[in-house]
Design a protein around this ligand. Sequence first.
Ligand SMILES: Cc1cc2nc3c(=O)[nH]c(=O)nc-3n(C[C@H](O)[C@H](O)[C@H](O)COP(=O)(O)OP(=O)(O)OC[C@H]3O[C@@H](n4cnc5c(N)ncnc54)[C@H](O)[C@@H]3O)c2cc1C
Length: 255
Amino acid sequence: MARRRLNVRVAGKHLLAPDVTGLHLQPVAGEPRLQWLPGQYLDVLLDEDRRRPFSIANGPQPDGTIELHVRHVAGGGFTSRVADALAVGDTLRIEGPLGTFVAREDSERPMIFVAGGTGIAPVKAIVEHFLELGTRRAIDVYWGARSATDLYLLPRIRQWQRQAPQLRFHAVLSEAAQAGDAGPRTGLVHEAVLADHPALAAYDVYMSGPPAMIDIARHRFVAAGLPEDRLYYDSFDYAPDVLAQIIASRAGFHL
Ligand SMILES: Cc1cc2nc3c(=O)[nH]c(=O)nc-3n(C[C@H](O)[C@H](O)[C@H](O)COP(=O)(O)OP(=O)(O)OC[C@H]3O[C@@H](n4cnc5c(N)ncnc54)[C@H](O)[C@@H]3O)c2cc1C
């Protein structure tokens, strides 16, 4: 799909979790609409050189609404603005669609989705796409979060389970104190996947979240027999200018 730059209006803003803001963006009158595949992301353009990537949490809608889940990064310029100053009616300039983290429909294999934090955003878009298609493939969704309050999509996930009884959901909390006896599992999300599925050769795996989670899970899943070409992932890396700054400051000079 053709990548384009366009202005969008903030049509809705709400708190999803203590540090996650949900945004609804809509096309500005007279602007073209963004076309995208469920799972892709967009860049918010701050200026010519700086952009901030965010996954689109929904599939294309009749009214053009784009849904984002924005985690507030401590000290982060744009995500702080989203948490504080950004208001309904404000305009953002975006570019998209971007990325290849999309549904692979040419398979009958069972699917495992692994999300870390706001990595649930593109997973939501892809899972809902498969549900709209009426898939009968087995679906396991693993969502790793720090604490129970970070599991901000639970009501929606319960809807998925009502719609598709073959969908199983597994919450995995990294802060042990957050889980009660009968509560969610604790530990690292990829370890929960491997405990349930020690052999992954028969699966398609979709993963989205922080780079550290993606890196370790990739290696462990391939070691568990998952062919690399059936591992689809989106790593929430630093924006290029931020990475350049980090590298420059390590090298002892400033950009
Ligand atoms: C393909 C892709 C999709 C993404 N989708 C989402 C999404 O759906 N929801 C979401 O909340 N985030 C997502 N991210 C991460 C998001 O882009 C960053 O959190 C954001 O760019 C931070 O911008 P900022 O201006 O607030 O921080 P900056 O001002 O750019 O950075 C300030 C400081 O914050 C820290 N920081 C910056 N970026 C990151 C990062 N990626 N991880 C950890 N620490 C960081 C660093 O310490 C940095 O020095 C995605 C990233 C990628 C690459």
